[in-house]
Each structure stands twice: as structure tokens, then as C-alpha cells.
Design a protein around this ligand. Structure first.
Ligand code: ATP
Length: 245
């Protein structure tokens, strides 16, 4: 019996610039406390799905024209990005988007912008527990390596104390060794902090190994979904997404 969904995307359609339809009825559930991955080729609509969830579509003149999105029992499809964060859902964007002319510590503190409590310093220690390298790098974030910037972006998300984190292509631009490390940390955070994770990835191999459940999108629709085991044993998934292995 799977956990009840913390996030439900129900039959959404998304249009950019009022005419370009990119999502054609996308539905998916993310059970609370689990790691779910959304896979698919370039241009399938993965990032658009994430932007619809995180309230970022409006900044690109996109709109959910049909369907609805519910997070923790509350409709979020008409909320702006800041209100979605306040409701407990944090997105780590593609390309990391850390602030390069601030230090790691300053970037981490920015992640706590929605909070008024006094636990912020404790949570910085919690982030350093997962990413000890960030503590050693005291200079400007712009000088961090790609992997360290990805870690900082995830650390900044943790500072918001979210219920759920969405990650857009966390493996992008990282060496295989670093990808492995970042995914292992994502899994550890999920297990230790109970934070639900939604991973959008082109790198199906790593993402499926980390996830409990996966959805595969092509041309604006979900074409297949299943447990980690079901997808890893599916012949089409093996051929087209797992490199024929
Ligand atoms: P990628 O991995 O390349 O980001 P994706 O699966 O995340 O692929 P999207 O980025 O969601 O796919 O793009 C889906 C489709 O929507 C593509 O055809 C893309 O050209 C189009 N699209 C994305 N953003 C916009 C935008 N702001 N305005 C118009 N069309 C867009």
C-alpha cells in the first residue's frame, strides 16, 4: 500500500505564449516521503511540468489552461512561486541558480527567507553534515565547482525546511562520480529528514536507481509509469532509457 500522495498533478495542460501547447494532459502522484522521478527525452515537457508545479510558468508567459495541482491537500496551480515555497515545496532549478557573488553561507541563509524561527544556525550545521565541503569553501559561490554549486543549491533548499524538494536535472554537467555522490546524498536526506523528493532527469540510470517510482514523458504526455523495479525491467525502458543495458 503506497503512502498517500503529498502532490497530485491532475490532467494538466500547459500553453506558452497563449498558443504553444506543450503539456497535453499530464497526471502524476508523488507519495509522501518517497523519491519519484520524471524521465524523458529533450523537449518532452519535464521542465514545464516542474515549472507548473512550482509556480514558475508565469515568468515565461506560460499558463496551466486545464487540470489542477494539489499539494498537501491545497490547490497550488494558481499560486506564485514564493507562495508555493511558503506552502512547503521548494524547487532546485536547472543550472543551479546560486548567487555567485555571495558566499556559500550567505546563499544558504537566503534559502531560509520564508522562516522567522531561531533554528537557522542549527540548520546550517545540518546542511554541512550532508555537504561538509561547503563548510570548507568560504569564498564566493562563483568559485565553487559545478558539483559544489549543485550541493549548495540543494543545501539552500534544505534551509527552507521544505516538505518536498523538486530537482530539475541535478546530474547536469557533473562527472559520473559526482552524479553518484549527489544522488546518494539526495537519498540520505530523503531517509533522514523524511523530505519527499521529485527528480526530473535525463540521466535515467542514476535517477531510477535512487527512486521508488518513476514516470516517463514523451511529447507532453506521460507514456509509462511504474515502480523502480517495473521500469528497470521494462524492455522499452532498457532499450531507450538505460542504454540498451
Ligand atoms: P529539456 O530537458 O530540454 O529541458 P524538457 O523535457 O524539460 O526538456 P521542456 O523544457 O519542458 O522539456 O520543453 C518542452 C517544450 O516546450 C519544448 O518544445 C520547448 O521548446 C517548449 N518550451 C519550453 N519553454 C518554453 C517557453 N518559455 N516558451 C515557449 N516554448 C517553450
Amino acid at each position: 500500500e503506497p503512502a498517500s500522495p503529498i502532490l497530485t498533478v491532475n490532467n494538466i495542460e500547459v500553453v506558452y505564449d497563449e498558443v504553444i501547447q506543450v503539456l497535453r494532459g499530464v497526471s502524476l502522484d508523488v507519495p509522501e516521503g518517497e523519491i519519484v522521478t520524471l524521465l524523458g527525452p529533450n523537449g518532452a515537457g519535464k521542465s514545464t511540468t516542474l515549472k507548473a508545479i512550482s509556480g514558475l510558468l508565469k515568468t515565461e508567459n506560460g499558463e496551466v489552461t486545464k487540470g489542477d495541482i494539489t499539494f498537501m491537500g491545497e490547490r497550488i496551480d494558481s499560486k506564485n512561486a514564493e507562495d508555493v515555497v511558503r506552502s512547503g515545496l521548494f524547487q532546485v532549478m536547472e543550472g543551479r541558480r546560486i548567487i555567485e557573488d555571495m558566499t556559500s553561507l550567505e546563499n544558504l541563509k537566503l534559502g531560509a527567507f520564508t522562516r522567522r524561527d531561531s533554528q537557522i544556525n542549527q540548520d546550517i550545521d545540518m546542511v554541512y553534515h550532508y555537504f561538509p565541503r561547503l563548510k570548507e569553501r568560504t569564498g564566493l559561490a562563483g568559485y565553487l565547482s559545478g558539483g559544489e554549486q549543485q550541493m549548495l543549491a540543494i543545501g539552500r533548499a534544505l534551509m527552507a525546511r521544505p516538505k518536498m524538494i523538486c530537482l530539475d536535472e541535478p546530474s547536469m554537467g557533473l562527472s559520473p562520480l559526482l552524479v553518484k555522490e549527489v544522488f546518494a546524498i539526495i537519498k540520505k536526506i530523503n531517509e533522514e529528514q523524511g523530505i519527499t523528493m521529485f527528480l526530473v532527469e535525463q540521466n535515467a540510470n542514476y535517477a531510477l536507481r535512487a527512486a521508488n517510482y518513476g514516470y516517463i514523458m514523451e511529447s507532453g504526455k506521460v507514456v509509462l509509469d511504474g515502480t523502480q523495479e517495473q521500469l528497470m525491467n521494462n524492455e522499452d525502458v532498457k532499450e531507450f532509457y538505460l542504454g540498451g543495458g
